[in-house]
Design a protein around this ligand. Structure first.
Ligand SMILES: Nc1ncnc2c1ncn2[C@@H]1O[C@H](COP(=O)(O)OP(=O)(O)O)[C@@H](O)[C@H]1O
Ligand SMILES: [Mg+2]
Length: 239
């Protein structure tokens, strides 16, 4: 067994970020969506990426998560370079190491809430019975006990987002990426959903990266990084 002392450099908080991007650029035609971004995400931390519409937030999230390939720059996950992986390996990484919450759920309309949450587990090879049991457990933690067999259309917007949060966490990813996760919700429901996301991520020890243009929501997250015109805006991110 590894000794769990504070001297162990790999276990010292901050010694090795969960996810690290360096010099990331991404261009669409002549325009840079990312113009050289450096960002470090510590294991288990919650971070909001804020900035106006079109500033590059979604592009940064997609590049960090291996959905998009950057034109240049490096990405490390727990010290391993992941920016040069082929599409098959990136897809595997997205399924095993990352969780995703999008603006409007992206739940499969034909499946029940518990089947939606179980889906990533089934894709990862878990047996149906245990995948569904895990799914029900997560739905319960997110306040959806009794609604496991409802389809997404039979859930409210906030409930559907909590089901999406359960789905993003059930395989215990290292990092959750949430792109405007409350964008389709009213203010009150949005705040509750954000609390549910932060609470559930903290429980598993997953880091969570939340993209939002809503400054007030961002203020509920412990750390904020501002982005403007594809660059980190240091004037604001110090807040
Ligand atoms: N697929 C694409 N093709 C062309 N331009 C794009 C594409 N995706 C994003 N962009 C451009 O890149 C910039 C950053 O976009 P995005 O990352 O979506 O910003 P945000 O999420 O902050 O609103 C914008 O100017 C946008 O128009
Ligand atoms: Mg966006």
């Amino acid at each position: 067994m590894r000794p769990q002392t504070t001297e162990d450099p790999l276990r010292t908080a901050g010694a090795r970020p969960a996810l690290c991007g360096r010099g990331l650029t991404k261009r669409y035609g002549e325009q840079y969506a990312l113009a050289g971004v450096d960002i470090e995400i510590e294991a288990g931390e919650a971070l909001a990426i804020v900035g106006p519409s079109g500033s590059g937030k979604t592009t940064l999230l997609h590049v960090l998560a291996g959905i998009l390939r950057a034109d240049s720059g490096e990405i490390e996950l727990a010290g391993q370079r992941i920016d040069r992986l082929n599409e098959t390996r990136r897809a595997e990484l997205r399924r095993t190491e990352f969780g995703f919450v999008f603006q409007s759920g992206m739940l499969v309309a034909e499946l029940s809430a518990e089947e939606n949450v179980a889906l990533p587990l089934l894709l990862g090879g878990q047996a149906r019975r245990s995948a569904l049991a895990t799914a029900r457990e997560w739905l319960g933690k997110l306040g959806l006990a009794g609604k496991e067999s409802r389809r997404p259309g039979e859930l409210s917007g906030g409930e559907a987002q909590r089901a999406a949060i359960a789905r993003s966490l059930a395989h215990q990813p290292k990092v959750i990426f949430a792109d405007e996760p409350t964008g389709a919700l009213d203010t009150r429901t949005g705040r509750d959903t954000m609390d549910a996301l932060l609470g559930a991520a903290a429980e598993t020890g997953a880091a969570v990266v939340i993209v939002t243009h809503d400054r007030e929501l961002a203020d509920s997250v412990p750390r904020r990084v501002a982005i403007r015109d594809g660059r980190i805006d240091t004037g604001v991110s110090a807040a």
